[in-house]
Write a protein that binds this ligand. Structure first.
Ligand code: GAF
Length: 395
């Protein structure tokens, strides 16, 4: 029986014990971003893959308009009345749940009350999008409980709005989009302006290897919003020279160099990361599709340098993990993945080199920082959906 089916039956059983009836179980995955960091809120390109770590939400409708949610991880229950929406969050994990309920209703949908049980194996605070996995699986579950259709891109937008307006994190759309729309065995090239995407196969002999630094530097949320503000400053200043641009997506590297002196140096460097990163995402897509794994790895390595020196969102532990991995046999490229200031690296690795590479990386990290790095090999999975509890059940 698959690991997912076992987990989902456990969550359904917990639901039965707590709420005395049978639920359906929704699932949405965490993500690893292969390349394209902080480009999403600049209307640019990203290339994430959905993880096989996921958040499960067992749900059944209620006759009233209350949403009651139990988190198996927090061992805590929260309650919310859809008819008395709260304008802001309560500053805990339930904000992701009630934020999504509020935004679904604000988008014009009429929900039913529901009981929910939430469980997840997406590592928390590791930059692997545990929050988007929660938002999107809750959206899937609440829509199902109300008998409404799950439309993946619309659900991704609702999750992003919940985070922007309810939680107060000005994130882009990447994490919710891949949680909703992931394609098994593939990364997804997402155009964050048109919200169209195309699958990019991860060849059978390649692995995406994630190394969790287990460090998370403080103020990451504030730094994230600062980076976003610097990008907006860049657009505002460049408009005087480039006409009616609306985002850094509209600026080429050549445009930026031509008008470099119009920008304070720090803003210039923030913008340079974004405009060059957009080009690297497209180059990585081309390379992966052509079987040019070295080309994809080179783009990932250049992304790491750009995040370290221009966008300044890495930290010594992450730089070490990426640099060390880049020097190991069978590794095409390695870079930090996610919002930054700690979290994880992602490496593109030949399948047969994964074991030796992982051992060498973990050992070197321990010797250098006295810290344990966890290594996960990602099998790109699909986006949100129901879990079939009957699968593999003996007839
Ligand atoms: C976080 C955000 F949530 C994403 O929208 C994205 O900006 C990412 O950081 C950086 O690429 O995960």
């Amino acid at each position: 029986m698959s690991r997912l089916t076992v987990q989902a039956r456990d969550v359904a059983q917990e639901f039965g014990q707590r709420f005395g009836r049978a639920p359906v179980v929704s699932r949405a995955p965490g993500r690893v971003n292969v390349i394209g960091e902080h480009t999403d809120y600049n209307d640019g390109f990203v290339m994430p893959a959905a993880l096989d770590f996921a958040t499960l939400v067992a749900a059944a409708p209620r006759p009233d308009r209350r949403v009651r949610v139990y988190s198996m991880f927090m061992d805590a229950t929260r309650d919310f009345d859809l008819d008395k929406p709260e304008p802001t969050g309560r500053h805990d994990w339930s904000d992701y749940v009630f934020g999504v309920a509020t935004m679904l209703e604000e988008s014009g949908l009429r929900l039913k009350g529901a009981d929910l049980v939430v469980w997840s194996d997406v590592p928390l605070g590791a930059g692997l999008s545990s929050s988007a996995a929660l938002e999107v699986s809750v959206a899937h579950a609440l829509l199902a409980a109300a008998g409404l259709a799950f439309e993946p891109v619309a659900a991704a937008k609702v999750g992003q709005r919940a985070e922007n307006e309810f939680v107060g994190m000005r994130c882009g759309i990447m994490d919710q989009y891949i949680a909703a729309c992931g394609v098994a065995g593939h990364a997804l090239l997402i155009d964050c302006r048109s919200l169209e995407s195309r699958p990019v196969p991860i060849a059978p002999n390649l692995r995406l290897v994630i190394a969790n630094s287990n460090v998370r530097h403080q103020h990451a949320g504030g730094e994230y919003n600062d980076r976003r503000a610097a990008c907006e400053d860049g657009v505002r200043l460049l408009k005087h020279h480039l006409g009616p641009i609306t985002a850094l997506r509209d600026v080429t590297p050549a445009d930026l160099e031509r008008h470099r002196r119009a920008l304070p140096d720090l803003v210039y460097r923030r913008c340079r990361h974004i405009v060059t990163e957009n080009a690297r995402v497209l180059e990585a897509e081309r390379a992966l599709k052509a079987g040019d794994f070295k080309g994809c790895g080179a783009a990932m390595n250049a992304s790491q340098v750009s995040m370290r020196d221009d966008f300044q969102i890495t930290c010594p532990e992450i730089d070490f993990l990426a640099d060390f991995a880049q020097g190991l046999a069978g590794v095409y490229g390695s870079r930090m993945t996610g919002g930054g200031f700690g979290g994880c690296t992602v490496s593109l690795v030949e399948a047969r080199a994964v074991d030796a590479m992982s051992t060498a990386l973990v050992d070197a990290y321990r010797v250098t920082f006295g810290l344990n790095a966890e290594v996960f090999v990602c099998s790109p999975s699909e986006g949100a959906g129901f879990v079939d509890l009957e699968r593999d059940r003996p007839a």
